[in-house]
Design a protein around this ligand. Structure first.
Ligand SMILES: Nc1ncnc2c1ncn2[C@@H]1O[C@H](COP(=O)(O)OP(=O)(O)O)[C@@H](O)[C@H]1O
Ligand SMILES: [Mg+2]
Length: 491
């Protein structure tokens, strides 16, 4: 489905300010669809003047739709829907007595010119499925009357209001709680849901006739409400804005839309939404994040303790091979600790792996016998990886780097120096990694499948079983040294 912006660019002469206006209208028109129990379609005038394009559509959440199919992107030539033409050219609201019949459904259509800076820039068609219309109750009458005020404001260029955008996810809907206040800020009508919300705040009687700002000041402790000015402006219905208030047990968002159907302030539509559960979940998420971070931190500390114990034990070994084996174990545990340290700082189950890879590169050369005669560099970026992948990949990378440093170069040969390149590419759904050294190369007749040493066994198990990827070990393409190539899927 084409976007509003695309349709405007392709088919109309509207300018950027017009588009901004229409987008602002779109941000708020769910409210109008709900209050009218009607589908809204935004019709854009064609550049050549030959008709209208449907630029956007909104269904009501309070009643049945009049459009089963999407209409966005369709074209209506002039003359076919005279109500569109009339609203556009005459700049006035058009309403017809007789319903249109669409697939056996009677639909009442009204058209509303959208005015900006004195010009009509588009038309909103309001389509009410009359099968859904019940005997009007007070709630329905209040909704419809408010919808009528808002549509009149659209036609006069008083709605939307510039600089006001509040289509964020928490924004209250009509069904959450609807109040109508008069010009003095006193409640004229409150929907049952709005009344329940205020009951939860501590109200015992009825809302009708009360000043919403005063009442809220009584029920809400000062630290849980906005400053005096905001409070009286929003709850008094004088500014188009959201604000959040509450008690210790209850949180709510209040949203006010001032109404000026005749150009003068005539009160406001106030929507209220109980967001207590939402806020509690926000707080729980924050503590969950902190807990996860703390756990990673402790795991890292414990791993460092294990590494220290192994190191102590290694020093006491008489057998050289046993000592070397323990030192390898120290290094492996240290690698996992690095990943957990990074996770404890990120506070998420994802890590930026580039920092880890570079740290591992430094760690491997620092402790090696060839020391600063061998340099590790990185080409490409790992980016962000999930923690499970990160732990396994860190182990793999350490072993492969360790082998390059340890077997590629001769520590006894003072002239022996080299460079190891970690090359990484992130492809769609995959990560490709190669580690090339320019050392002496694999021993003659080397066979990866036949190799039983621990390092490469760990690498193979992690790559193939844990990460579900592939490992290859062979001569580096430069004619010198060894390449380890690893390919792992990422989803
Ligand atoms: N980059 C490399 N350059 C030369 N030889 C290598 C390289 N990587 C692995 N090898 C060979 O593969 C063998 C097995 O490696 P590995 O399983 O890690 O055990 P270890 O490192 O303990 O010997 C090494 O002993 C070495 O002969
Ligand atoms: Mg090894």
């Amino acid at each position: 489905m084409p976007s509003l912006l695309e349709l405007v660019r392709h088919h109309t002469d509207l300018d950027d300010a017009d588009v901004a206006w229409l987008q602002l209208l779109q941000a708020d028109w769910q409210i109008i669809a709900d209050l009218s129990f009607a589908d809204l379609v935004l019709w854009l005038p064609d550049r050549g003047g030959s008709g209208f394009w449907a630029g956007a559509q909104m269904r009501p959440t309070t009643g049945p739709t009049a459009y089963v199919d999407d209409v966005v992107g369709t074209f209506v030539p002039r003359g076919r829907r005279p109500m569109l033409d009339e609203a556009y050219t005459r700049g006035r609201l058009v309403r017809e007595g007789d319903p249109e019949w669409r697939d056996d459904v009677p639909v009442r259509v009204e058209t509303i010119p959208v005015r900006r800076a004195g010009r009509v820039i588009a038309v909103v068609a309001r389509n009410t499925n009359l099968l859904g219309v019940r005997t009007p109750s007070r709630l329905e009458l209040s909704y419809l009357q408010t919808a009528a005020d808002l549509t009149r404001m659209i036609a006069q260029g008083h709605f939307p209001e510039e600089g006001q955008r509040s289509d964020h996810a928490d924004s209250p809907r009509v069904g959450d709680g609807f109040l109508r206040v008069d010009a003095a800020g006193r409640v004229v009508y409150a929907s049952p849901n709005a009344l329940s919300v205020y009951r939860r705040l501590g109200l015992s009687g009825d809302l009708a006739g009360l000043s919403l700002a005063e009442l809220t000041r009584e029920l809400v402790p000062p630290r849980r409400r906005p400053d005096e000015e905001t409070l009286s402006a929003v709850l008094g219905g004088r500014v188009h804005r959201d604000t959040e208030i509450g008690t210790d047990g209850v949180s709510l968002i209040v949203r006010s839309i001032p109404l000026r159907p005749n150009g003068e302030h005539a009160g406001a539509l106030v929507l209220v939404r109980d967001v207590t559960d939402l806020r509690r979940r926000d707080r729980e998420l924050v503590t969950k994040d902190a807990t996860i971070r703390e756990i990673h931190h402790r795991v890292k500390n414990n791993l460092q303790t294990v590494a220290a114990l192994l190191r102590l034990q290694a020093r006491r070994m008489d057998s050289e091979s046993a000592r070397l084996a323990l030192e390898e174990a120290v290094r492996r545990v240290g690698t996992i600790a690095i990943v957990h340290e990074t996770l404890s700082q990120a506070g998420e189950e994802h890590v930026d792996f580039d920092e880890i890879a570079d740290r591992l590169g430094r760690m491997v050369t620092e402790v090696s016998a060839v020391g600063d005669r061998v340099r590790v560099s990185r080409d490409g970026e790992f980016g962000v990886l999930p923690s499970e992948v990160a732990t396994a990949l860190a182990m793999v990378l350490t072993e492969v780097l360790q082998n390059a440093v340890q077997h590629g170069y001769d520590p006894a040969d003072e002239e022996s120096s080299g460079s190891i390149v970690v090359r990484v590419r992130r492809l769609v759904g995959r990560l490709h990694l190669s580690v090339d050294d320019d050392g002496r190369g694999l021993p003659p007749g080397f066979d990866l499948d036949g190799s039983t040493n621990l390092g490469l066994s760990i690498v193979r198990t992690l790559v193939e079983s844990e990460l579900g990827g592939q490992l290859e070990l062979g001569a580096a393409p430069g004619g010198r040294g060894t390449r380890a190539a690893i390919d792992v899927p990422l989803d």
